[in-house]
Design a protein around this ligand. Structure first.
Ligand code: HDE
Length: 708
């Protein structure tokens, strides 16, 4: 489908798009190619000739097709869109793109961190959430994650945490997984990682869809107003479709059925016009309140509970256009938290400060030199004007003989704003009077209070999933001392959590931190462990996915209608029409592709089958009435669909005539719950939709020892 949503940025992209249709093939120099099938040879059976410039042109380019993948966040999916500012926050910031009513083109890239470029989308991992705003005042990058805190406090540890989570260097295993010795060795020695490790073991790390996750700027930044006054700010993205997860067992199966599950979901949603939306929220903290909290707002292992500082919504982002070309756009886009526009500035968060060096540095390497700003996806919409010149791959053609400043021969241009009394980016005029120190603030020394806050804020099923995740990961750790050490860390977070995980490992957690862990903690904080300040709150509803606002929609959720030839069309439509009205997507899954024949006569084309699709890829299920039920009774994969749906706590509906099929499944009279919606109990529609809005039937898990 031709991209119809255009904006100032996509016009730049479009001007670079090459359309091969109806064109004659040429070499890279535009020379028409007569024969693209045969190399030039000395005789029919002779050797190839060096003068075959057509072959060399083709192969030399092919040989250089790959560029280094990102050292982290290698696996990603991107989309274009628009951000519209919806609130007046001019009191806090002079950022032009945040002026109420302003529309700004954006490009977004979502990513996993640990896996290679071709790894599964379903890894248990933090997701990158990077947004490039192409503002009238230049590009602004908000390079965030779907988890609001980070593993480490200081940038110096970044290569270490990445080396620990990546495949182990001796055997390059495991791929896109944190369940191995080196990761937990590192984490168990770094108590500051406790908070993030709980998030990463929670359902946040296995999203149902990229469209259904929150985003966070993580660090505290500053907004700067016209008068130069600063206000601290935390950025949030709130998805309109709610925040949902898949179960870990599902994630592992989906990785086999469709490793591109998230990428495909995003692409298809945009392609169908189901444009995902997020509201941008800010938590604003006056400069005077910097030291007011029980934690340090510069510490990236801490969040600011929404109960203490509410999130104010200031704009909406809509992703409405897929990239034309994955490599040119999603792969070559270069995000950098150091790209700021007037009105926004850094804070002194030591992790953020460290990021300032790394992004442009890695991009100079990954994208082959200093001209990556000129790639169509990275170009600012209002152009760039300076005296930087030359370098590999330079595309801009600088006019005239002047490439220095100050100059008179070029009329003093490009001039800097100051000279003409205009405004450009000005750093916040913060006063700093300090001694150089290679060390850490004592205000960063409380590592467990917020980890505890997170755990206590989860519902029972969510806590069970965290216990299961730690049990899974630590069971995959071979070194028993690492297991013990991590259990001791968990004990500091919450004894019950440590005991529950310990049971699954056959270990009793120690009540005190391991000596080695203490030694490392004391290197940063000599008096460790410190007495933690009293927290302001003990639980925060905003931290649970189950209690998020926006959960009450089933829009774009995928519902499998399980059919075969002879199915009743009226039984299908009775539910299909109301579900589609709610914005849900109904997918007919049958025994074969091609035409499906209805009991009442007539046919419909089928794209999905029990062979090609899997239960774990859908949100809810319905078996309509008709002669099809005899065929389904003999279809083991149908039974598997239902059993897996039941296992993963999903809503399953049966038309009256199809209820007999239940006998063949694991669902018995004993374990029927309100997630099994039967027509014999009355009209299905409303009950089915209500159940789906709750996402899962968590009570089913109570029957089991280990969560899904
Ligand atoms: Fe990154 N990070 N990071 N990071 N990061 C990169 O930049 C780095 C951190 C994040 O879709 C790299 O161009 C350091 C926090 C995202 O292209 C690299 C530190 C957060 C992406 C880099 C951090 C992030 C990256 C690799 C600690 C959440 C993907 C390729 C000081 C707020 C961007 C690249 C995309 C990518 C360095 C910590 C988010 C190596 C040194 C905290 C979403 O430059």
């Amino acid at each position: 489908m031709k991209n119809k949503n255009t904006n100032k940025k996509t016009e730049i992209i479009d001007s670079h798009v090459i359309d091969n249709s109806s064109k004659r093939m040429t070499t890279n120099d535009g020379v028409p190619i007569h024969d693209n099938n045969n190399t030039l040879k000395a005789g029919e059976r002779g050797p190839s000739l060096l003068e075959d410039f057509i072959y060399q042109d083709k192969l030399a380019h092919f040989d250089r097709e790959r560029i280094p993948e990102r050292v982290v966040h290698a696996r990603g999916s991107g989309a274009h869109g628009i951000f519209e500012a919806t609130a007046d926050i001019s009191k806090y910031t002079k950022a032009q793109f945040l002026e109420k009513g302003t529309k700004t083109p954006v490009f977004v890239r979502f990513s996993t961190v640990a896996g290679f470029k071709g790894s599964t989308d379903l890894a248990r991992d933090v997701r990158g959430f990077s947004v490039k705003f192409y503002t009238e005042q230049g590009n602004y990058d908000l390079v965030g994650n779907n988890i609001p805190v980070f593993f480490i406090q200081d940038a110096m540890n970044f290569p270490d945490v990445v080396h620990a989570v990546k495949p182990e260097p001796n055997n390059e295993m495991p791929q896109a997984a944190s369940a191995h010795d080196t990761f937990w060795d590192f984490i168990s020695l770094m108590p500051e990682a406790a908070h993030m490790s709980l998030w990463i073991m929670s359902d946040r790390a296995i999203p149902r869809s990229l469209r259904m996750m929150e985003g966070f700027g993580v660090h505290t930044f500053k907004l700067i107003n016209e008068k130069g006054k600063a206000t601290f700010v935390k950025f949030h993205w709130k998805p309109r479709l709610g925040v949902h997860q898949v179960a870990w067992q599902e994630a592992q199966k989906i990785s086999g059925y469709d490793a591109d599950f998230h990428r495909r979901d995003l692409w298809e949603a945009i392609d169908k016009g189901n444009y995902p939306q997020w509201d941008l929220g800010v938590q604003l903290i006056p400069e005077e309140d910097e030291m007011k909290f029980s934690f340090d707002i510069l510490d990236p292992t801490k969040l600011i509970p929404e109960e203490l500082v509410p999130v104010k919504l200031i704009g909406t982002m809509t992703l409405n256009r897929n990239p034309e070309n994955f490599f040119a756009e999603t792969e070559q886009v270069a995000f950098d938290p150091g790209r700021l526009v007037p009105g926004i500035d850094f804070s002194n968060d030591p992790l953020l400060q460290g990021r300032m060096f790394s992004y442009a540095d890695t991009q100079n390497y990954r994208l082959g030199g200093p001209n990556f700003h000129e790639l169509p996806i990275n170009r600012p919409v209002e152009g760039k004007f300076n005296n930087q010149k030359d370098g590999i791959g330079r595309q801009d053609i600088l006019k005239g003989k002047v490439s220095y400043f100050p100059n008179s021969l070029g009329g003093g241009c490009p001039y800097h704003a100051l000279l003409k009394g205009e405004k450009g980016f000005e750093s916040h005029n913060e006063k700093i009077d300090a001694k150089k120190i290679r060390g850490r603030s004592p205000s960063f020394a409380d590592h467990f209070t917020q980890a505890r806050l997170f755990y206590h804020s989860q519902t029972t099923p969510e806590q069970k999933h965290i216990i299961s995740a730690f049990s899974f990961e630590l069971s995959k750790v071979n070194d028993i001392d690492v297991r013990r050490r991590e259990l001791a860390v968990l004990y500091q977070v919450e004894p019950e959590l440590a005991i529950a995980v310990g049971k699954n490992l056959g270990l009793e957690p120690s009540k005190t931190l391991d000596e080695l862990t203490l030694q490392f903690a004391r290197a940063n904080h000599p008096n460790y462990p410190i007495k933690a300040p009293k927290p302001e709150i003990m639980t925060s509803a905003a931290l649970s996915m189950a209690t998020k606002p926006g959960q009450g929609t089933i829009a774009t959720r995928k519902i499998a209608f399980l059919v075969a030839d002879g199915v009743s069309k009226s039984s299908i439509d009775k539910l299909r029409i109301p579900l589609q009205k709610e914005g849900a997507e109904v997918v007919l899954v049958s025994t074969k592709v091609g035409m499906l024949s209805f009991m009442e006569g007539g046919q419909e084309e089928i794209q999905h089958t029990y062979l090609t699709d899997a239960s774990v890829c859908f949100d809810a299920f319905y078996t309509p009435a008709g002669d099809s039920i005899h065929l389904l009774a003999q279809e083991p994969d149908y039974i598997q669909f239902i059993n897996e749906a039941f296992r993963h706590c999903k809503a399953i509906a049966f038309a009256k005539q199809a209820e007999d099929l239940l006998r063949l499944t694991l669902i018995s009279a004993k374990n029927i719950d309100n997630g099994i919606v039967l027509e014999s109990d009355g009209e299905i529609k409303d009950r089915f939709i209500t159940i789906m809005k709750g996402h899962r039937i968590w009570e089913r898990e109570n029957e089991r020892k280990v969560a899904v």
